[in-house]
Design a protein. Sequence first.
Length: 555
Amino acid sequence: MKNSILFFLAAGLLFQTACKKDFLDRSISTELTEKEVFSSYARTRDFLVGTYAYLPDGFGRFNGAMLDAATDDAEFTNEGNEIQRYNTGSWNPYVNPDDNWNRSYTAIRRTNLFLENSGNVNLDNYKLNPASSSQETYRKMLDDLERWRYEARFLRAYFYFELIKRYGGVPLIKRSLEISENLDMARTPFDDCVQFIADECDSAALHLPPKAPDVDLGRVTRGAALALKSRVLLYWASPLNNPSNLQDRWKKAAAAAHDVLALNTYQLENDYKALFRSFTSKEIIFAHRYSTSNDFERANYPIGYDGGQSGTTPTQDLVDAYEMTDGSKFSWSNPVHAAAPYDNRDPRLKMTVIVNNSQWKNRAVEAWAGGRDGKGIDRASRTGYYLKKYVDENLDLLQNKASVHTWILFRLGEIYLNYAEAMNEAYGPDQDPEGYGLTAIDAINNVRKRNSVNMPQLIAGDWQKQSFREKVQNERRVEMAFEEQRYWDVRRWNLGTQLFNGPVRGVNITRTAPGVFQYAPFTLESRVFLPHMNRYPIPDAEKIKSPSLVQTPGW
């Protein structure tokens, strides 16, 4: 057991923050037994802090690649990267780049240990001291320990969601297990896992604060608990998990999203681009902040800029998904569109994607063949585009300049889109029979009308359930590109064989005169996605240890 604790505490050191002091900015001792850890207020706090380190890292955990490079939205420049296994269909129970099983169960064991032992903290020095300051400190510590237990319950629920969205039903373990115990456990049914997560979110929301104080920036709040419930119930209602299209599930998903909106705690960020370089935006519900670094920029700066490696590059398929500024669809068959494909487009396009001849770092991007960032240059983008979202444009990599990065786990924009999708499926695009004060169309319009986007509003009466469903799906794609949503959305919609099983496209760019270009979409590569790939296979090593685990169908 001591070795286990040493491992868990050391893992906490992986998650450190800098630049702005917050609750994560603490050092953690690794020379302690379990009893010693949970006898101390400070060490108990630090043990929970270390558990936050297991939250998802979306900035390139696949040797620099982002998960979106395994969707129709992106391609990783280095074709030998492990992320390409998803595109070629060469992943299996033995090799899975995104195998989350051990990571999540390690984090779950930490939360179980915390819940079982955090009541053992020795506060006698404060409890028995009659001084008013000691009594005040004692009461505060008790309050902290109680709040931390609900944080731990939220984190455990979050890690179970990370498991079930990959594997379906998984063993639901609510206490820490010893090696001497029988560890051969069967899957808990998916619906039971969902119910457990939703119930834990409800309990946590009742006891967590609506907003974290400055000293505790980054901790779980009431909004985070309700946002997780919104997401898990949306997944539960979606076609992959709800083949009979049970309407009650959609109604519950709509209600859960409404509960987040009803908090009136968050606001849509007017500056869409700035949102992804912020930690304190009022749109952010829950986020994972990192220490200062420039790894993400080195991986994703265009190849023609000092230190750039091209990295995760948007596809033509994603670029085509952004509407014209009048709300109509972009079409290569339209000669006006084809001649100037980046003009008069949804502003989110150029805040997400670096396109040819756009200004970036004080010069025009030369993504055309023969240009400084185009084909003919070793390791240039293979799609004709580069990533802008989340990238800090202002870093000088030659001088090794760095900045803080924030991976957003939940934000208000997603909740509006969750609400729009669930309300449409439950009641249609322009109905509000529950009196929530917002229809599905109203919700999507809120996202579209933020100041820096200002896309045309959708009109009630113009949409049927099916057409609005497609609109919501496209809105999620462009609004949340490169936020690890597309990969899971397409799976839960059960559309992988349509959208991930075929060609993805880039664009060939030819300069015909200074400032004049011709654009020609082309097939970059064909990809493979089979129906069983909606779910991950149980890792073979886990099957050997737990024969009762039934392998995911198709694997």
